[in-house]
Design a protein around this ligand. Sequence first.
Ligand code: ATP
Length: 424
Amino acid sequence: MTVIGLDDTDSRERGMCTTYLATRLATAIDRAGGRIERRLLIRLNPAVEHKTRGNAALALHTDLEPDRALELAAAELEPLAEMGDPRTSPGVVVTGDDAEAVPDSVAAFAQRAVRDLLDLDDALGLLEDLGYRHRGWAGGRGRIGALAAVGAWAAFGEWTYEHIAYRAFERCGTPRDVDETSVFEAASAYYPEAWDTVDQVESQAVCVPNAPGPILYGIRGDDSAPVRALANEIESEPVERSATFLTNQGTDGHLRDGSIGDLRDGRAYRVDGTVTGEPETRQGGHVFVPIADPPSGATAECVAFEPTKRFRDRVRALSAGDEITACGEVSGGTIKLEKFAVRSLRRTAETTPTCEVCDRSMESAGRDQGYRCRDCGTSAPGPATVELDRDLEPGWYEVPPCARRHIAKPLVRGGFDAPTHPAR
Ligand code: ATP
């Protein structure tokens, strides 16, 4: 088998898309007499600063001979890659190793590329040690992602699908003509096998990108049949070509279990904590909530950003004393919430007691001396307890589809350790 890894060919302003390059390369391989066994779309660490958008890297598994594969990859890449963008830094990696039998160091590299920040030297050192073929352009930083994509099949155990339809290349940059009614109907028909096709509350067809590239729409789901069938029901401008990718999207592969005291920027975590103050909405509509790890005393702040829309109401419903598990990337010491689980809710609060005799609010009688009624002198040993009316239930809450990160796992996919409250 030959495995080809590709990355970093696109530009935020000018469009293009490495998935499109992979799809064109697959056609070129087919024309050259090779067979495509698998196409992988791998989402790497979303915290990487120089990503264009979703930090995607691609791999093709084929039987074409490795030198020929590298030649074809370079020939397809050079005219397509947005080399005029100083941030574009393409890379190709090719090996004759079987995808499932790459050395452990390559699989470990893929794991680290999803959860950590790496240097190009990390990739180049490994490539030289292994004797893998590789080429870089404009610095060739894309070889980080390309090598990770080569290791992905051995590294990851959970796979989902995305079926991508591409528009005619010359239409790129013009508004996409996709019939939203057909998208919403098809999305309902195939939910939950296909997920994150639309955001029902925001009335947004999230499967249709806003960026200028060649993707017309991308349908994501647990299996290949429903994502293809759903795509078939969408009415739109002509689809020039399409491809189905195996992907680590929707798997939470970026999250590591951690504790509040050990958080490091550029990584994404799943951490337990107790809410220590009331949520606060700050400028821009972002909602912040402080949490702590009582045994160690370590503290952190969580934030639900404005684009997470109605998810912020779930965060605002938290209250001091609630126990939660928070998930998200850490940046500047703050956890950017993607989802959280309510483990326990504080159901009662202490309040100033009311005088039983004259029904008026009592006053403190001094430190550790309880309360006294100013009118009749009745005393109470301590505060009263009131039941709190909570607008949350135990279990998992998530950002809506319109704010989902590619790699984040939608609750509807299941496998969570508590009840779920999926957003759709
Ligand atoms: P797209 O919109 O197609 O998803 P992108 O978001 O994938 O674009 P790229 O242009 O591919 O963005 O930029 C990501 C760059 O970061 C690539 O050069 C890739 O090699 C590199 N990279 C990927 N993962 C890591 C990592 N964990 N640490 C450091 N660099 C990484």
